[in-house]
Design a binder for this molecule. Structure first.
Ligand code: FAD
Length: 484
């Protein structure tokens, strides 16, 4: 099958009955539920871009198996040009959602492409697992499927021994093996896009604390979201059912986060990619390069988000007439620096990419890891800058309905500025509020702080991969210079 249209994506969601709970009720149809439907439409819009005559070439490539055009985020990059083309495609999607849907389908596609390229890694413990990952990757590429993923076990204990609370029955684990597959039980977070995905991927970033080489907690698999025994519990929706004027982002880009409960769920053998092997699980992200490919996708998303926030800031200062003030310029310049830093790191990762042991073109680790680390503090700071620039204007934001009341003439008269009519000003600041203050906007800040793991872990990872010897060597040489 070729790259899907939005309509095919939505039909796929309807065709696969799944157990999704939201607000105390089971959701009958995720494509029509008021809290989810606009997010589904946004993803459908991304799929439709693959069929836009002007974008088709940039969004798709020819499948090596079917000869049909499939989504470019599935490509296993073999050259730097492949990486650049994939990033161009990712940027098209990220810009379409203003960088506000971090879990658009490309996020998982690049991971599975990396794993398929490194399929022999999975074959190390059992040869059939290498075949499984190859076939599964082809299945999602040819079907153009959307994946969610859930990596984190719910934590009940903070003691050192209980940090993974593996003994307490909450962590997802394999309870038995059968002829048909493995049976898993437990809960995982945080399945962003869960109700709007076709499949869920479950793996563990690492289980480093485990000392034994084999463990029922070390598992990597993917199954359809409608698999019996799998249930999704959504947080409340941040799509409040308001107009695009009132909540421009929340009314469009609600990607939803869920807890996923696995109640003795059967995972067919062909969907198992790692089973029991702790070292294999711990090494997957680095050995296969999926860590760098995923961070490269994230860097493009970060860039799109930076560009959007910068654009909002520039329009805000124009509307308020304070663009020329030094403190505005200083703050906007900071946004410009973040934007260009993201672009530079993203491109450096492509320029310094190298073929890895699997023959896959791997983005350079350091620059993409830096974008991940930086964004955990840069994005909250960007939001803070918008707040500082906007001040009380965030509160001078009547809703669309207020423009239809007898107060409308007063609103039009008093809220206009030299740079914007009242309506333009309010519309812009309602957008800015959806970045800085609404539930949707607050969740974005939380997302950027934590989506790639907790910041402490990320910082330690960066410290581990940084080439420290050169830096120390230069200082050592300086210290050893003779005094004369
Ligand atoms: C909006 C959002 C969307 C997400 N989407 C996904 C998704 O789609 N799929 C997915 O798998 N995951 C997702 N995540 C989850 C993400 O992977 C986790 O949030 C992240 O790994 C951190 O884990 P945690 O939330 O359990 O934080 P915790 O481990 O509870 O950490 C909380 C804080 O405590 C600190 N801390 C933890 N342990 C210690 C310690 N021993 N000593 C001192 N400080 C400590 C951390 O540094 C952190 O600041 C998402 C998270 C968010 C917020």
């Amino acid at each position: 099958m070729a790259a899907r249209t939005g309509g095919q994506y939505l039909q796929g969601l309807r065709d696969q009955e799944r157990e999704v709970w939201l607000g105390g009720e089971r959701v009958k149809d995720v494509t029509t539920h008021p809290g989810l439907r606009n997010g589904a439409q946004a993803i459908a819009g991304l799929y439709d871009m693959q069929h836009d005559p002007e974008l088709r070439e940039a969004m798709t490539y020819v499948s090596p198996t079917s000869g049909e055009r499939v989504g470019l985020s599935f490509i296993v990059p073999r050259t730097r040009q492949d990486l650049e083309q994939r990033r161009t495609m990712i940027l098209h999607w990220a810009r379409a959602t203003c960088g506000m849907m971090g879990r658009s389908p490309d996020f998982m596609n690049v991971t599975f492409a990396a794993w398929a390229g490194a399929a022999d890694y999975f074959a190390q413990s059992r040869p059939e697992l290498g075949q499984n990952i190859r076939r599964y990757y082809e299945h999602i590429r040819e079907g153009d499927l959307t994946l969610t993923h859930a990596l984190i076990n719910l934590q009940r204990s903070r003691t050192v021994s209980g940090v993974l609370n593996l003994e307490e029955g909450t962590a997802l684990h394999v309870v038995r093996e059968t002829d048909a597959g493995i049976v898993v039980r437990g809960a995982r977070v945080l399945a962003t896009l869960g109700p709007l995905a076709d499949e869920i991927a479950v793996y563990s970033p690492r289980l480093a604390q485990l000392t034994e080489p084999h463990s029922p907690f070390a598992v990597n698999f993917a199954i359809p979201c409608g698999t019996p025994g799998l249930r999704f519990l959504c947080r409340e929706s941040f799509d409040l059912g308001r107009s695009h004027f009132d909540h421009p982002l929340g009314s469009r880009f609600e990607e939803m986060d869920c807890i996923a409960f696995f109640d003795d769920v059967l995972v067919p053998w062909e969907r198992v990619f790692v089973l029991g092997d702790v070292n294999l699980i711990n090494g997957t992200a680095m050995a296969t390069g999926s860590s760098m490919h995923s961070a490269h996708q994230g860097a493009a998303k970060n860039l799109a988000k930076c560009e959007f926030v910068l654009g909002v800031a520039l329009l805000m200062t124009r509307a308020l007439g304070n663009a020329h003030l030094p403190h505005s310029e200083e703050r906007v310049a900071e946004l410009m620096m973040q934007t260009e830093l993201m672009r530079a790191c993203m491109r450096a990762a492509e320029a310094d990419a190298e073929l890895d042991q699997w023959g896959v073109m791997r983005p350079a680790a350091l620059p993409v890891e830096i974008t991940r680390n930086l964004f955990t503090t840069a994005y909250p700071r960007m939001v803070e800058i918008l707040q500082l620039l906007g001040s009380s204007s965030f509160m001078i934001t009547p809703g669309e309905a207020d423009f239809r009341t007898p107060l409308a003439p007063a609103i039009e008269q008093y809220l206009a500025t030299e740079g914007a009519s009242a309506r333009e000003r309010v519309k812009l600041f309602r957008l800015a509020w959806d970045i800085t203050g609404s539930a949707f906007g607050s969740r974005q800040v939380l997302y950027e702080r934590f989506f790639a793991g907790d910041p402490l872990t990320r910082a330690r990872f960066l410290a581990a991969i940084y080439p420290k010897d050169d830096a120390m060597q230069r200082v050592t040489e300086f210290l050893e210079r003779s005094d004369d």
